[in-house]
Design a protein around this ligand. Structure first.
Ligand code: NAG
Ligand code: NAG
Length: 354
């Protein structure tokens, strides 16, 4: 088949273009970037396929074996790196006393973050980085205790320190105990402590506390007491005239509120309110006319006897004296004078007990 010259020329042009194309698809390699600790120092921007270069370990990495060579391939990429470079290791850091060194790793570029415990301040750098020289960039800081100046001493108070000290400052945690000069009373926290913030805890206050002249009680008396105001913690004693009985503590103390602790009362005795019958008192059975004087003291118990009609038997029922009141149990029946005189043996206290 014959071609026309014009067409031939066109074909030639096309073929020329296609030839040029095959030349330009042979790509060049760009300068290998630092990667996994290895790099090519110096050199050019581009390399022809087939070129071999020698890598070395980057700053902060050491050679851990493998061929250092890579070759530029026809596709414009480098052959895989065989050179192994491992990051340099810095010494294992130690935590500062009363502080902490926080880190995940100790290789090149690792960072330690230092902190101090409560009540300690960091003096020095709070972080340190592992350098290419396998040394930490900063020395370990110190954790120094927080200090306080001297605490305030409120009026009428003194402070007894935990121990003697010379300087005008004390360390966190140090403290003492406040005391009020008698008869002043301490209100608040008696412990003084230099806190982690470098300040003292709030001091207490010393106040004068007096209780009024102790009051008299009905049917009773004050013993060994002066009729004057009393100071905090002073005591007075109460008693009762017989047969009144003291209810509450005999000793009363002036409290820090300026009032007396519970003041006792004198409780009245009771009479057994029956005319004919037998009672049980302090384990002894007595006819009421033999119970002399007819008097039981406050809170004492007396037993009377009631009748159980169904069983025709007697049973005991107790009553208690409460400040002059001792009602007779409802089941108790007072016998007639005649029956009491002549048939006392038939009373519930004398017959068979239920
Ligand atoms: C770096 O090393 C890791 C493991 O050793 C590998 O998986 C990774 O492909 C390497 N990176 C490059 C870009 O070569
Ligand atoms: C560490 O110190 C720097 C300056 O010295 C400060 O800006 C930073 O807040 C500190 N970091 C911590 C966690 O204290």
């Amino acid at each position: 088949m014959r071609m026309r010259p014009a067409f031939q020329r066109l074909l030639l042009l096309v073929c020329h273009a296609c030839l040029l194309n095959t030349v330009t698809t042979d790509k060049v390699c760009s300068h290998p970037p630092p990667e996994n600790g290895s790099e090519l120092s110096g050199g050019q921007l581009f390399y022809e396929p087939g070129t071999q270069v020698t890598l070395s370990c980057s700053q902060g990495y050491s050679n851990a074996g493998g061929s250092r060579k890579i070759t530029c391939k026809k596709n414009g990429e480098w052959t895989e790196r065989e050179l192994k470079c491992s990051p340099k290791r810095c010494p294992v850091p130690e935590s500062p006393q009363n502080g902490n060194a926080g880190f995940n790793n100790i290789v090149y570029k690792s960072v330690i973050r230092y902190s101090c415990n409560d009540g300690y301040v960091l003096v020095g750098a709070n972080s340190s980085e592992c350098l290419h020289t396998a040394q930490w960039s900063e020395p370990a800081p110190q954790c120094e205790p927080v200090t306080c100046g001297l605490p305030d001493i409120p009026p009428y108070a003194k402070i007894v320190y935990d121990k003697q000290f010379e300087e005008d400052t004390v360390q966190f945690g140090f403290g003492g105990i406040y005391e009020c000069l008698p008869p002043m009373v301490l209100f608040g926290d008696k412990r003084a402590t230099c806190t982690a913030e470098g300040t003292w805890t709030v001091p207490p206050v010393c106040k004068l506390v007096t209780c009024p002249v102790p009051s008299a009680i009905e049917n009773g008396f004050l013993s060994f007491a002066e009729m004057r105001e009393h100071g905090y913690k002073e005591k007075v004693k109460y008693g009762c005239h017989y047969p009144y009985l003291l209810d509450g503590p005999a000793e009363v103390e002036c409290e820090e509120t300026g009032s007396w602790s519970r003041i006792p009362a004198c409780r009245a005795p009771c009479t057994v309110d029956i005319e004919r019958g037998r009672i049980l008192y302090k384990g002894v059975k007595k006819w009421i006319e033999d119970f002399k004087p007819n008097q039981v003291l406050h809170s004492e118990q007396v037993t009377v006897y009631c009748l159980n009609e169904e069983g025709n038997c007697g049973y005991p029922v107790s009553m208690q004296c409460n400040d002059g009141h001792m009602p007779t149990p409802a089941c108790y029946e007072e016998p007639s004078a005649t029956r009491y005189q002549l048939k006392a043996g038939s009373l519930p206290s004398e017959i068979k007990q239920c």
